[in-house]
Design a protein around this ligand. Sequence first.
Ligand code: IPE
Ligand code: IPE
Ligand code: MG
Length: 264
Amino acid sequence: MSAHRNAPPRNAAAVPAATPAAVPAHVAIIMDGNGRWAQQRGLPRLEGHRRGSRTVRAITTAAFELGVRYLTLYAFSAENWNRPRDEVGGLMRLLEIFLRRELATLRKNQIRLLTIGRSDALPAPVRRQLAATIAATAAHTRGTLVLALNYGSRDEIADAANAYAAAVAAGREPPGGCTWETFARYLHTAAIPDPDLVIRTSGESRVSNFLLMQSAYAEFIFTPVLWPDFTKENLAAALETYARRERRFGLTSEQMKEKLEIRN
Ligand code: IPE
Ligand code: IPE
Ligand code: MG
């Protein structure tokens, strides 16, 4: 009888080569609660989005100061097009203004901008500003800000499946050879590591079609704070909570401790 008979197949992909560091390399945030923030003050929802875009600027700077390397912000979902026309229009204008204003800060802090989502469906002025900011920051190496715009995880997976099928048809991928690693190269996130920590503000405990596959082994933190009220201190507290957790990637606690000892 083979000695390997009872050994289950190994899925090396889930376990990172190095044990996870205390500071998450990639933080992804579902920025929720702008509308409720405004409604609580008797203000129009758009005022909440305006205040939310200020928080985006503050948290982007804070995250990289705290040692995060990748920050992904869910700014507009594929489903958000179904909101009232005025709100969608206002959000698009805010996005354009944000991209224009943020360029100086991205330059100063040497942060590059990337985007995930079907950005080709965004209004032309936003697309132009997005392309300009991405090009102007492409050589920056201190950190990466990823904006999820017209993003939906299911759309992304459908896009990747189509691209993968086309690659098989063209002979660039072997038929029947699909693995998670090869398939992931066709996702919008191909150039971005998986998130280590996903934060959602506003008290909702759902992922709303955000990075469904990529967050397979992410830690989740749900906070009641509404996005316009979210501060650097809230982010630092989330990073502390993350640092106290033990990520096991399917291994035992003892195995993880062994890996940690090898690293230190
Ligand atoms: C998040 O705030 C911003 C976007 C989804 C664009 P919301 O606008 O969803 O705020 P709530 O959930 O209505 O409070
Ligand atoms: C998720 O928030 C999308 C963004 C933060 C951009 P939503 O407010 O759209 O999510 P649901 O509708 O509460 O699930
Ligand atoms: Mg919401």
